[in-house]
Ligand binder design. Structure first.
Ligand SMILES: Cc1cc2nc3c(=O)[nH]c(=O)nc-3n(C[C@H](O)[C@H](O)[C@H](O)COP(=O)(O)O)c2cc1C
Ligand code: SF4
Length: 511
């Protein structure tokens, strides 16, 4: 009997040599190599798993030079210095509640049989059986909120599009994933693409859409290829097409690749870009749910929002809703990145504190130096200092501290970080990525850089700090979208929590 070995084909594992390891294992003969997604424990990649009588046993991080030695122990899952034991017993995984990522790293991403064998397609069958109204009610009752950043209730968005008059309706999946330190969408599309297809098909049934688009970040070639291949498999199996799973519902999906603009992740610019125009923010109203793609009612949701729906329909709203705290229900795939020892994906119910996530789960910094700041929620998110690490991971708790959880990315910095530079970078990023439609963002970001430069140079610091505050207020309240409207948060949090970095004396001492 040949040995079944699992080697990830996720981009993070590939970057660390997974293809070479898989090739060497195959050459050994009598080894069946199954390529999977990643479990999301990036410091252990490439993590190789072998099927044994006791279940899967993991080894990692496996380098090419480790393969000859491993071949001797793999048949029994035996002792080796890289042996990690059963993957589900590794504390980083054991502490998680994997709902959306339940199959990621386990199944062959392009095997629909594997997907079915691991619980796939039950949610779609439920939606077909119970119909649009009951499906929308279940999603509403689950408490699911958009995982792309704004946290808008998904069920309400779906109901708005379902109720909107119009013959043609669309489902658009936002896979632009522009936030710094985030990779959940990519990991899911590479590791379990059918769950996204299933989630989109359920959304289509719920609102009466027949066509869906996935707008994918251009820097994600592996996700693009895997998702396209999954669409082909789904079409051939009748999971997409004229009769979804043999029902009367018709639905198909096309993937489009963006050209690499952060603002094209904003839903209305994304729609413009999908329509073949330059990606520029549209004024709201009308909401996309009323008048979206090509002027038709459109549901636009993030990858993780859509991919969370199948498990909600399979297990019921209560199962999802009972996890989490306050108005943040269910699980969040949190992405630990930057200068962190155990970087990766950690899916858990809302409510863990920032300190638990960064210090206990993430193990502090990779450099071993003290953590000085973390930026949560991408480039528009605030910098949090350690005294605020008691903040629970929850939409409202972060908002109460002038922060946001966004798409769930946490980027860690040690004590060598210069927060004045980070604040300037926020303005620079805004200037580079601004769509140019409104003045506070287009011009304000450039003026913001200049004011910060004057502050750190010691030119009339008090007057310039006042000016910066004033400018940030104008951007916050005068910008058309959240790019210009939220850039003040990283800037002001840096100034608020790390004022010493803006003083020339400290800067000279540090240089
Ligand atoms: C500048 C900017 C960039 C954004 N980038 C993304 C992105 O990359 N992915 C995403 O899902 N949402 C992004 N959003 C949020 C979207 O506008 C929108 O809220 C989201 O796609 C809705 O889906 P959800 O309700 O499932 O979160 C961005 C918003 C702004 C203002
Ligand atoms: S805030 Fe910036 S990105 Fe948003 S509409 Fe205005 S100019 Fe465009």
């Amino acid at each position: 009997m040949s040995l079944r070995v699992f080697v990830p084909r996720d981009a993070a594992a590939l970057a660390l040599g997974a293809d070479t390891v898989a090739g060497l294992l195959r050459q050994a003969g009598n080894v069946e190599v199954v390529r999977t997604g990643s479990r999301g424990l990036f410091w252990l990649e490439p993590m190789v798993e072998v099927e044994t009588a006791q279940g899967r046993i993991a080894y990692g991080p496996v380098g090419a030079g480790d393969v000859p030695g491993l071949l001797g122990v793999l048949p029994t899952g035996g002792a080796h210095r890289l042996r990690l034991g059963r993957p589900e017993d590794i504390p980083y995984l054991a502490r998680q509640t994997r709902l959306t990522f339940a199959r990621c790293g386990i199944v062959d991403p392009l095997s629909l049989d594997d997907y079915r064998a691991h619980g796939g397609l039950k949610g779609l069958a439920r939606a077909i059986e119970t119909g649009p109204a009951a499906t929308i009610e279940t999603v509403t009752q689950s408490g699911l909120r958009g995982r792309g950043g704004a946290g808008f209730p998904t069920g309400i968005k779906w109901k708005t599009a379902a109720d909107a008059p119009g013959g043609r309706k669309f489902i658009v999946c936002n896979a632009d994933e522009g936030d710094s330190g985030t990779f959940a969408d990519r990991m899911l599309m590479e590791g379990d693409p059918f769950v996204l297809i299933e989630g989109m098909a359920i959304a289509a049934i719920a609102v009466g859409a027949t066509k869906g688009y996935v707008y994918t970040r251009s820097e994600y070639p592996h996700a693009v290829a895997t998702f396209d291949a999954a669409l082909d498999v789904a079409r051939r199996a009748g999971l997409l097409g004229a009769n979804l799973l043999g029902s009367a519902h018709a639905f198909d999906i096309e993937q489009r690749v963006g050209a690499g603009a952060y603002v094209c992740g904003e839903e209305t610019s994304l729609l413009d870009s999908l329509e073949g125009k330059r990606g520029q923010v549209r004024a709201k109203p009308p909401l996309p749910a009323h008048k979206g793609l090509f002027g038709c009612p459109t549901v636009i949701n993030n990858v993780i929002s859509l991919a969370s729906v199948p498990i909600i329909l399979t297990e019921g709203a209560a199962h999802y809703r009972e996890l989490g705290i306050g108005r943040s229900r269910g699980t969040m795939p949190i992405q630990l990145a930057g200068n962190i020892k155990y970087g990766g994906l950690f899916e858990a119910g809302f409510g863990l504190t920032l300190g638990e996530l960064v210090n206990e789960i993430g193990g502090g910094t990779l450099t071993g130096r003290p953590v000085r700041a973390v930026q949560v929620g991408g480039p528009l998110g605030a910098y949090f200092p350690p005294p605020l690490f008691d903040t629970p991971f929850d939409y409202e708790a972060f908002a109460a501290r002038d922060g946001l959880i966004g798409h769930g990315g946490i980027v860690v910095f040690d004590d060598t970080v210069d927060l004045a530079r980070q604040a300037r970078f926020a303005m620079e990023f805004c200037a580079a990525e601004s769509c140019g439609k409104c003045t506070p963002c287009r011009i304000g970001s450039v003026r913001g850089m200049e004011v910060i430069d004057r502050i750190v140079a010691g030119e009339q610091p008090e007057a310039n700090v006042d000016l910066l505050r004033d400018l940030c207020e104008t951007m916050k309240f005068g910008s058309l979208c959240a790019l210009g409207g939220f850039i003040p948060y990283p800037v002001m949090s840096a100034l608020e929590h790390f004022p010493e970095d803006f003083r020339p004396a400290r800067r000279e001492a540090a240089e």
